[in-house]
Design a protein around this ligand. Structure first.
Ligand SMILES: Nc1ncnc2c1ncn2[C@@H]1O[C@H](COP(=O)(O)OP(=O)(O)OP(=O)(O)O)[C@@H](O)[C@H]1O
Length: 222
């Protein structure tokens, strides 16, 4: 996936400025940088949610990207159970009658299992703690089985065990042919990635292996 001279943002507020970057296929990439540097905006551009006002984004895959947003974006009032929320990840794959198959149901159970939320399957999303909800959203993203998984701060606010579990799952996906891009303030998670893209004020300031990119940017992590 390649971005060439991409300028993008919000009406009257450009955030990314002529950004050129390459995202390796079947690899885990972390986007790092201070608050407001444009990480979420970059993910939204990669997801196709925000269209660049200039420049181009090219990608080989044709599958719809799976985009896991920050948990704060999801309303507490949604009357959905955990299982129903994860099953929403299958919607794009359902046939014309919107009927789920045994394969769909198995994928939902497997993703809940991988994220350790099976015991919560019947609970309403609004009743969960922030960390539990975060894991459910990651499970929904996995259930889409896209070849491109984009995640906005997937480990923020998780306890140590949950953080490690999510980081482990994300690190395994590239072996299965999935390109994973996460925006993160989690140093451990960034260290597990193959490549880091560092943003500052909408500009790409560094790109390369974590050992090269992270030491000078340690203040971006909390
Ligand atoms: N919906 C919006 N409308 C207008 N401006 C926005 C909107 N969302 C974000 N911005 C602005 O765009 C800039 C980049 O925000 P973005 O959320 O991409 O940063 P970020 O690096 O993800 O930050 P954080 O680490 O705090 O999540 C900020 O100046 C922010 O105020």
């Amino acid at each position: 996936m390649r971005l060439t001279d991409v300028t993008a943002g919000y009406p009257g507020h450009p955030v990314l400025h002529q950004l050129t970057a390459e995202i390796a296929e079947s690899a885990l990439t972390s986007v790092v940088g201070p608050n407001g540097s444009g990480k979420s905006t970059l993910l939204a551009v990669l997801a196709g949610v925000i269209r660049p006002t200039a420049g181009t984004v090219t990608r080989e895959g044709t599958e719809r990207p799976a985009f896991v947003v920050q948990r704060s974006v999801v309303s507490d009032a949604l009357p959905l159970t955990v299982r129903e929320t994860v099953a929403m990840g299958r919607w794009a794959r359902l046939g014309p009658w919107r009927r789920s198959t045994a394969r769909d149901r198995a994928a939902v159970e497997e993703c809940m299992e991988r994220l350790g939320v099976t015991a919560l399957a019947g609970r309403r999303l609004g009743e969960l703690s922030g960390g539990q909800r975060q894991r459910v959203l990651v499970a929904q993203g996995l259930a889409q089985e896209s070849d491109l998984l984009l995640l906005d701060e997937p480990t923020t606010g998780l306890d140590v065990d949950s953080r490690e579990a999510v980081t482990e799952v994300l690190a395994e996906l590239p072996e299965q042919g999935v390109t994973v891009v996460q925006a993160t303030h989690d140093l451990e998670a960034a260290l597990r990635s193959e490549t880091c893209l560092a943003l500052d004020d909408g500009h790409l300031t560094a790109t390369g292996p974590p050992a090269d990119v992270l030491p000078e940017r340690i203040t971006c992590f909390r």
